[in-house]
Design a protein around this ligand. Sequence first.
Ligand SMILES: [Zn+2]
Length: 90
Amino acid sequence: MLVVVVLLVTVLLRVAIVTAVVYLLLPQGPLCPHCNFEMVAIRNRFVDRLVPLLERRWCLECGWDGVVRRVRTARARTPKRSPAPRPAPR
Ligand SMILES: [Zn+2]
């Protein structure tokens, strides 16, 4: 029984190492790895929920498409406008 556990752990470690290496080899961010042009994100609701760290992108310039690491970008926030000051009551 111990042999089975040891073999299972080594297999799981291999899977984890391969997954980490593949993740680190993927290009990062919205720029195309070939022409450095900004790529368009291809949305898939199922994949976005299943693997939120990755996204599929397509380059309009050279036609490259593939999976890239998603980069968290600060969302452009619209500054909260305070309501216009009321005129003073008379
Ligand atoms: Zn490109």
